[in-house]
Design a binder for this molecule. Structure first.
Ligand SMILES: Cc1cc2nc3c(=O)[nH]c(=O)nc-3n(C[C@H](O)[C@H](O)[C@H](O)COP(=O)(O)O)c2cc1C
Length: 159
């Protein structure tokens, strides 16, 4: 099975989860590529944070960097995002909305400071046009403390 993990990460938490996920999938003998989406808008500092929250809340798209892997070429695409203002990030939204209908099987994951996964997963489902086969929601603190690995393995096993 060819698997693609496409995600956005501003501060590295979601990227850590994506990397761990890839290692587990490869360990299970699957072919797995990573698409680390680049948001070209400056999201640094206090202003960057505030605008990021507003852009997510108002469901804005953004300019993303060149995409190397297209979802149509993969049996399963795992989509990941941090929760911003209870929603998915503009970078992942841009990627999924512009490729709606091109996804075969999907699964979703998100990282957050405390919650907001349900609306975030609804956002991803609406924008990519597919219901996920499985979802995984992880707290940023748990990822920092490496407490997420057992739950992550369970998620991968469910695919
Ligand atoms: C603009 C912004 C808005 C956020 N909004 C929420 C939120 O609504 N709920 C929540 O639990 N965490 C929220 N967070 C925290 C992030 O979701 C969390 O720290 C995440 O793991 C960061 O992932 P990353 O390091 O991959 O960027 C927000 C972070 C940012 C930057």
């Amino acid at each position: 099975m060819k698997v693609l993990i496409s995600f956005y990460s501003r501060t590295g938490v979601t990227r850590t989860v994506a990397g761990d996920m890839r290692d587990i999938l490869i360990g299970k003998g699957m072919e797995c590529e990573i698409e680390d989406l680049l948001d070209k808008k400056n999201r640094d500092g206090k202003m960057g944070y505030l605008i990021a929250g507003k852009d997510a809340l108002t469901e804005k798209r953004t300019e993303i960097g060149d995409v190397k892997h297209e979802p149509k070429d993969y049996d399963l695409v795992i989509l990941g995002t941090p929760v911003w203002a209870g929603k998915m990030t503009p970078a992942l939204r841009t990627y999924t909305e512009t490729r709606k209908g091109q996804f075969q099987r999907t699964a979703f994951f998100c990282t957050h400071g405390g919650g907001g996964e349900s609306k975030t997963f609804d956002n991803i489902k609406d924008t990519c046009g597919r219901t996920p086969e499985s979802t995984l929601s992880l707290k940023d603190k748990d990822v920092a403390e490496k407490k997420h690995l057992a739950e992550l393995k369970k998620f991968v096993d469910s695919l």
